[in-house]
Design a protein around this ligand. Structure first.
Ligand code: SAM
Length: 327
């Protein structure tokens, strides 16, 4: 089961490479608002690093890129853009020279830290995931100057993790909340402004553990912002999206989504953060598409690949949410 969960990182990374290859990413807003330079080059460099370590993983990515369907690319484009914009908005409101920290739980192969750390010298970043994923990522990051120059020289000589003055990539099973807190107590400060990111991660964490994780993190940091992206099962009786998704993943991948049908609507997903927060905002990714993507950008997306059914996009995007909780 843990292995099946770890493998989902290659899905996320291949979706990103596919969206880059088809020119969905980077989009103008990522470049202009989020200052994301060299986006494609950094991801390609990471892909080459992965190829050198695991032909099998790289093969999976190549396959996904070749079959990159527009629906998948729309989803990846929106999720990536929405999270990037939330992080940038958070960083922009931090007073100049004040310390700030970001904790990316279940980081997988995400490379956002490079873009944001290069723009905010006072930012420290913590990436956590299972040990297998962390050691692959640590090896790749240490093998290329384009990552090393931003992350800083690693203090550890082994390849199991990456520790520098401003960056920590360490293994942690998020189901064991005590271990998570031990790491955060060692490397982060409770009184420094903190953003916690869970991008397609809480859906894999068991119910009581995920609730404890949210509660403990929000109690540990005095003030913070939580950005979370996840699928939701759908609450209407006739809505079969979640049950079909769960059955497919179980059969094809032996993968469970323990809370997909529990927090199955935006309101229920949001409730899990509300006890500890001053405010929460949640939108489905369809709402995000309708409200945030300009007509010019929508037309650009349409020109990238032939999209048969926008109704299908609406159904799928209505089953993914982006939440922001502030405490
Ligand atoms: N957040 C990354 C992104 O969006 O690109 C990766 C998303 S991937 C779908 C889910 C990630 O969560 C995987 O890397 C997986 O290993 C990690 N994950 C899920 N449950 C975890 C747990 N209990 N402990 C540590 N990592 C976990």
């Amino acid at each position: 089961m843990d292995r099946a969960v770890q493998q989902t990182d290659y899905d996320a990374f291949s979706c990103k490479i596919s969206a880059i290859a088809k020119k969905y990413l980077p989009c103008q807003k990522q470049v202009e608002y989020c200052g994301m330079e060299d986006y494609a080059a950094l991801h390609m460099a990471y892909g080459q690093g992965l190829k050198a370590l695991s032909r099998r993983a790289y093969g999976k990515i190549q396959k996904a890129v070749n079959s990159g369907l527009p629906l998948m690319n729309y989803g990846t484009y929106l999720r990536t853009l929405a999270v990037d914009v939330e992080i940038m908005s958070f960083l922009k409101q931090v007073p100049k020279n004040s310390k700030v920290q970001i904790v990316n739980l279940g980081c997988g192969s995400d490379l956002r830290m490079i873009h944001f750390m290069s723009q905010y010298p006072q930012l420290t970043w913590v990436d956590l995931d299972y040990s297998e994923s962390v050691s692959v990522k640590a090896k790749i990051l240490k093998s290329n100057d384009c990552f090393l120059k931003t992350l800083g020289p690693p203090q550890n000589t082994d390849d199991a993790e990456y520790v520098s003055d401003r960056y920590l990539l360490r293994s942690c099973n998020l189901n064991i909340v005590e271990n998570l807190l031990d790491i955060l107590k060692e490397f982060t400060y409770p009184d420094v402004q903190t953003l916690v990111l869970t991008e397609c991660v809480l859906c894999y964490v068991k119910l009581p553990q995920s609730q404890r994780l949210i509660h403990e993190m929000m109690s540990f940091y005095q003030t913070g912002t939580w950005v979370s992206y996840d699928p939701i099962g759908g609450e209407k009786k006739a809505d079969k999206f979640g049950s079909i998704m769960q059955a497919n993943l179980r059969e094809a991948r032996q993968l469970e989504l323990p809370t997909l049908m529990v927090f199955n609507s935006p309101a229920k997903y949001s409730q899990r953060f509300e006890d500890n927060s001053k405010s929460t905002e949640i939108r489905t990714m369809w709402q995000y598409y309708v409200q945030e993507i300009t007509d010019v950008e929508k037309n650009r997306l349409k020109s990238l690949q032939f999209l048969d059914e926008i109704e299908e996009v609406e159904i799928v995007l209505s089953h993914y949410v982006l939440l922001k909780a502030i405490w």
